[in-house]
Ligand binder design. Structure first.
Ligand code: F6R
Length: 608
């Protein structure tokens, strides 16, 4: 996650760019940079480390100019050096970027074959050269950007400044947020409204796939096909509060939509994106080679993430795992004989039962690690190893983006563990981490199914009960889907391992019982589908969440379907969580419940 900013004005902009970057520094502070047009000519200044370093350089070498872009970086592709700092530039333009360009390797190879020399290891520089090539082929800046956007895969936002053109900024978003601010004779672009809050409260949010052309006096927005579109101006509450809902109705919806971005941020903490190698964040020396057994523990949604984690560690690293809800682990007094690591999962880092379990594990002399979203929390402070999810503040009480980031962290850790133990070859490691980089794009594709899911939710809202089924990697998802539905819509829901159905719950099936089945076309698919046939034979109403191959198999006649793209197994828990979140969200909206603060719940459960 990086922060981007752009200003087109009639006054000097360098100081204001830095000022806006200060408000974006929470998004990353490995390096920072600005570019302006001094008398129409592109000039830029970049510095490694925090923004103060850039500010100090600017004090020594002020950049003039009334138009500019700026960036604060959280390194993914390439080390946190000045050469990798944004803006990246060619003689024709400068660019700032947030997110991941998934197919940058192919694009870079293509450009290098044409003799283009790269100055950095970033994925961003590829985009700079691609747009330059289109400009040199005679396209206008707008057309050049549009042409290049169609070649990019991934989830990202971009800002462009063109050499020699003091009345033009272009920006684009796909999967990462981007706000456009309107002032008097000035226009702004930024990663969020807070960055723009000292300049204006009049904010437009670009929608998925949009790109925009900004001049001093106009904003023209186009959809991904290049058709002009209108996006309404909204009054930002950025001044009042650090987090606002943007153009979303609830924090929960906003947080669901943030997943492509925060997943890439979390991925970047565990994978060095330029080498494709896994790493333990902050250089901590967590070495899995001697770990014989892991004890996993957490509460609620964190527990379901840990359950996926068990599948990951066992499958990819061959490490057996014990798993307990923390409220049981703390009292079970389990002999921890061959356990070498106790691993806790918590968004808040303050959950009383998880904290007590952590203290119990320490009292037994175990090494402890915590996957935690709030870095200053007690659990983070008391664990031997802190493994951050970089989901950002989660305000909605029902956990969404923290969950998928926990899964991302667990997947990357399991790969790391496999490498440490010699179970995964270096080639397989690269293959798996490359697969993980597809998660932000696939998460975005899942979000695009919102309309289909909203229609299904209208029917779900008329029900009193629901069953969720899944097998293998999808079993924890069935549990999480049921938890999401019950906590925000108050509809009674149960999650089951699909194979368990016939051992009792099948007695519940009749035509009033919706059954949500999580079934990617993986090694469990056929087995899950035979369980679904058992439901269909008894008149149960089926919602099948599957992929293109699963849908094409035509295995369940009459089922309502939510169809995701095909994807490797390691990604399915992360991506399939999103339709389940959206189903719960839209059902709750239909029911008129308080989505962000459902009754009887609290975001951080600091009591037993
Ligand atoms: C459900 C939910 C809760 C939390 C649980 C643990 O949507 O948010 O089940 O997952 O209370 O909280 P943390 O992760 O903060 O330890």
């Amino acid at each position: 996650m990086c922060g981007i900013i752009g200003i087109i004005s009639r006054e000097q902009v360098a100081d204001r760019l830095v000022d806006a970057l200060k408000r974006l520094e929470y998004r990353g502070y490995d390096s920072a940079g600005v570019a302006t047009l001094e008398d129409g000519t592109l000039t830029r200044l970049r510095a490694e480390g925090k923004l103060v370093n850039l500010a100090a350089r600017l004090a020594d070498h002020p950049l003039k100019g009334t138009i500019g872009i700026g960036h604060t970086r959280w390194a993914t592709h390439g080390a946190a050096t000045e050469a990798n700092a944004h803006p990246h530039a060619t003689p024709r333009l400068a660019i700032v970027h947030n997110g991941i360009i998934e197919n940058y390797r192919e694009l870079r190879t293509e450009l290098e074959a044409e003799g283009i020399v790269f100055e950095s290891q970033t994925d961003t520089e590829t985009v700079a050269h691609l747009v330059t090539r289109e400009l040199e082929r005679g396209q206008s800046p707008k057309d050049a950007v549009h042409t290049v956007l169609q070649r990019l895969e991934g989830a990202f936002s971009l800002g462009f400044l063109f050499n020699g053109n003091e009345d033009l900024l272009i920006c684009a978003r796909r999967g990462s947020p981007l706000a456009i601010g309107e002032g008097k004779g000035e226009m702004y672009l930024g990663s969020d409204a807070i960055a723009l809050s000292p300049f204006t409260d009049d904010i437009r949010y670009l929608e998925e796939g949009d790109f925009a052309v900004l001049t001093h006096d106009s904003v023209s927005i186009f959809d991904e096909d290049g058709r002009p579109v209108t996006r309404p101006i909204r009054k930002s509450v950025g001044k009042a509060f650090y987090v606002d809902k943007g153009n979303h109705r609830h924090f929960m919806q906003k947080e669901i939509y943030e997943q492509p971005e925060v997943l890439s941020h979390t991925l970047g903490a565990f994978v060095d994106m330029s080498s494709g190698r896994t790493r333990i964040p902050d250089g901590q020396d967590l070495d899995f080679s001697k770990i014989r057994r892991i004890a996993l523990s957490a509460c609620g949604t964190g527990f379901y993430a840990a359950l996926v984690g068990r599948y990951y560690f066992e499958r990819f690293a061959g490490i057996p795992c014990d798993l307990d809800v923390a409220s049981e682990f703390r009292y079970r007094e389990s002999p921890l004989g061959d356990v070498d690591l106790a691993l806790f999962v918590s968004q808040s880092g303050e959950t009383a039962d998880t904290l007590a379990s952590l203290r119990y594990a320490k009292s037994q002399g175990l090494k402890t690690a915590a996957i935690v979203n709030v870095q200053e929390s007690t659990i983070a402070r008391e664990s031997d190893f802190v493994l951050p999810t970089l989901a950002g503040p989660e305000i909605g009480v029902a956990s969404t983006k923290a969950f998928t980031c926990q899964l991302m962290a667990l997947a990357a850790l399991a790969i790391r563990a496999g490498v440490d133990r010699g179970v995964i070859t270096p080639e397989r490691e690269l293959e798996l981490t490359r697969t993980l980089t597809e998660a932000p794009r696939l998460a975005n594709e899942a979000i695009r199914l919102e309309e289909v899911i909203e229609r299904l939710a209208r029917d779900m809202a008329t029900k009193s009960h629901a069953l969720f089924l899944g097998r293998g990697f999808s079993y924890p998802l069935a549990l999480e889907g049921a938890l999401k539905l019950k906590e925000i819509s108050y509809i009674h829901a149960e999650g089951y391992a699909a194979g368990e159905l016939k051992h009792g719950p099948i007695a519940l099936i009749d035509e009033t019982m919706p059954v949500v089945v999580v079934a990617p076309h993986d090694r469990s698919f056929e087995k899950t589908i035979s369980n679904v046939q058992e439901v269909a034979a008894r008149g149960g109403e089926i919602i099948l969440i599957t992929d293109a191959s699963g849908a094409a198999s035509g295995a369940v006649e009459g089922a309502q379907m939510i169809v995701l793209p095909d994807m490797p197994e390691i990604l399915t828990p992360i991506v399939y969580a999103i339709p389940l979140q959206l189903l719960a969200y839209h059902t709750a909206i239909q029911m008129g419940t308080d989505v962000d603060q459902p009754r009887n719940l609290a975001k951080s459960v600091t009591v037993e």
